[in-house]
Design a protein around this ligand. Sequence first.
Ligand code: SF4
Length: 260
Amino acid sequence: MIDDNIDDKHKIDSPQLYSPSLAPAMSDGYMGSSLVVPTEQMSDYHQPLTDGFARRLTYLRLSITDFCNFRCEYCLPNGYQGKRSDDELSISEIATLVRGFAQVGTKKVRITGGEPSIRRDVVEIIETIKQTDGIETVAMTSNGYKLGKHIANWQAAGLDQLNISMDSFDAATFHKMTGFDTLPQILADMDILLETTDIKLKINSVLMAETAFENLVTAIDYVKDRQVTYRFIEFMQTSDNSDLFFLLSMLSLILSLITC
Ligand code: SF4
């Protein structure tokens, strides 16, 4: 099964290279146990990364640290525990990795964490990825804590898209949810970003019953005269929020039974 959208340069004679049986080991865009760094032979063929249905995978999410300074109650309610890991990917490892993915068809890389802006070399990381042959778009997801310090640098380094995780427009609620009293500063920094750069801005807000309505009303007003995409994202279970996830799931179940 060959994707009609594949351009001539990437077409491969041997149908075996598109075999779904090869795909599982290569189908994970995340840096997990199934990561495959292309060998020299694979890059010669420009073998595209595909999933089990022969769909081209062109988007890579790359976590450059698992450390975060925020204490979002649904993610790291007790803050980051322990010492920050000392085996984060170096810039040269990132360069090798992204070059390998670009050779098999990755066009967009999203830099994530933890909180990626915590890394002192985040500007060089953006630049390194942006300068990789074949990479068209560099995006990053951030809590916005260091946005003000970096706006001009991120633009100069080639950042195309920025997602800010922001779960409330209310300063007190934001403080309660994250442990940081920085909402006014983040809102001001986002306005500067919009005025002074062409980085596309998106706000991610975790959908929680107690804040959803207020967020929706405020967000409609906020995006009215700003080039911003606002979206709710699903509350997901992590190893750090099992109790809260269980509690909210039970509440939701009870509410749905009552209202049935
Ligand atoms: S949700 Fe994002 S900003 Fe909040 S603690 Fe988790 S990684 Fe940090």
